[in-house]
Design a protein around this ligand. Sequence first.
Ligand code: NAD
Length: 291
Amino acid sequence: MEIAKVGVVGAGQMGNGIAHVLALAKYDVILNDVSQDALSAALSQIEQNLDRQLSRGKISEDEKAQALGKISTTLKLPELGATDLIIEAATERETVKTAIFEDLLPHLQPHTILTSNTSSISITRLASRTDRPEKFMGFHFMNPVPIMQLVELIRGIATDEPTYNSCLGVVEKLGKTAASAEDFPAFIVNRILMPMINEAVYTLYEGVGSVASIDSSMKLGANHPMGPLELADFIGLDTCLAIMNVLHDGLADTKYRPCPLLTKYVEAGWLGRKTDRGFYDYRQDPPVPTR
Ligand code: NAD
């Protein structure tokens, strides 16, 4: 099916990035949020990010203007009913997502595909609460969306092939690369990445190495562009802990138990870059390890 018009629900850091890349690829985009402030902030963030691409010669002035012209915003969810594809990127809470899909259903066209950008909630369970589980799947972008190349496409148990192929067509038109994943906890990237980060925190907790030695070991010894603790601070330690809990609960295997030190940092409100303190203290430049 040809997708021309896309609705994006949630205008936070992921939603604005998704709207940005869709508009540059010439899709008509309607961006929705419950907060007018979030919609205004998203539009200025998109403009700022387009300007950065312009200054680096990645896009032209014309492409920037055309992309901005492709995005409209609304506080009214039913206005997304006229789209061919919906990408839900609202707050990571199952009750929030379920309510969004329930509110959307009466306004959708029969062919509209529903997707969620969730990092951890079961696609099959979200799909089962709609009238079209065969036209429902996971569309998981990575952060920051305009930069990261990968999109995980997650099939729920009922997702049909035409739906998968339509979403794959969108990923290709965005110039990104899709990885196909089945609907099991944390999908592929986080299933592999989060246990590595959690193990790095255990390595710190058990005194095997300091923050600096663990990060430089993985950068210089395994050729990772960022150390695991530096990366954890970038992602957000609360997010890392939440994903470890999803793996632990969903797969019922003790190998996924979150490190007590990770829990302690979250309890302290030391969530990484967004709170200025995590495994590093960002109130100083350069950041100083906190252990
Ligand atoms: P965010 O907190 O930056 O943005 C969420 C937005 O959703 C907010 O603007 C909020 O006002 C809006 N919202 C809340 N309830 C809503 C509703 N009922 N209708 C419309 N909008 C509503 O969050 P984010 O980091 O952009 O994450 C969004 C989704 O993307 C989550 O499912 C998250 O798991 C997923 N995700 C996040 C990342 C990441 O690194 N942040 C990466 C991949 C996927």
